[in-house]
Design a protein around this ligand. Structure first.
Ligand code: 5CA
Length: 192
């Protein structure tokens, strides 16, 4: 499916007014003390493959911000996964203590405040239980969606663990440290 992006120049966020959804991401990052430079791209960054092509990175460097729904609790779980990996749903269900299902687009928007294809790792409508794929830590730079299916931002490795999905950096850092080893069992590589 082709996505028509507005006519903005690559990396021209300083000159061009950011769309409101991207501004929310920027503001959320600023509250956390993270300076991010959001890039609005001339082509779609809706999927990890498209985002990788747009920023000339490997697909593994792209953060997929995947929302799952707890089947019992109805709770949203945000799982930040390297673009080259997939969530192993049965294993992740075991870790989370309930079956997880892929929610529909309305659920994702209600839980995060953003549309599928642009869901960012931070700046959500409400706090989200967040898990991160440790594979993301191997890259010097990772890229995540910035609220829109044609906007992304980069994070250096030094800031990844605390900053990738943080609403409260201290809390998330602690949670990632505790959770990511367990989460490894729930996230596997797509390629053999
Ligand atoms: N902007 C890119 C890379 S930063 C991005 O957001 N990728 S993503 O993987 O996090 O988001 C796309 C994901 O949304 C797909 O992998 C898919 O799991 C999910 N998705 C796509 N369409 C639907 C749908 N109709 N219902 C539920 N989930 C969907």
């Amino acid at each position: 499916m082709a996505t028509q992006a507005p006519l903005v120049k690559n990396g021209d966020s300083g000159m061009t007014e950011l769309p409101p959804a991207a501004k929310r991401v920027e503001a959320a990052a600023r509250i956390l003390g993270l300076e991010i430079e959001i890039r609005t791209m001339p082509a779609s960054t809706r999927t990890a493959a498209e985002a990788a092509a747009a920023v000339e990175a490997s697909v593994g460097q792209i953060v997929k911000s995947l929302v799952f729904k707890g089947e019992t609790s109805g709770k949203a779980h945000l799982i930040l996964v390297s673009g080259r990996n997939r969530v192993h749903e049965p294993a992740m269900s075991e870790i989370l203590g309930e079956p997880i299902i892929r929610p529909d687009a309305d659920f994702v928007r209600a839980a995060t405040g953003f549309a599928i294809g642009g869901v960012p790792p931070l700046g959500h409508a409400a706090p989200l239980a967040t898990w991160m794929d440790e594979d993301l830590l191997q890259y010097e730079t990772i890229w995540a969606a910035a609220g829109m299916p044609y906007a992304v931002f980069a994070r250096p490795r030094s800031a990844t663990r605390g900053g990738a999905g943080a609403r409260d950096q201290g809390e998330v850092t602690a949670r990632f440290s505790a959770a990511s080893t367990a989460a490894r069992r729930g996230i596997g590589a797509t390629a053999p």
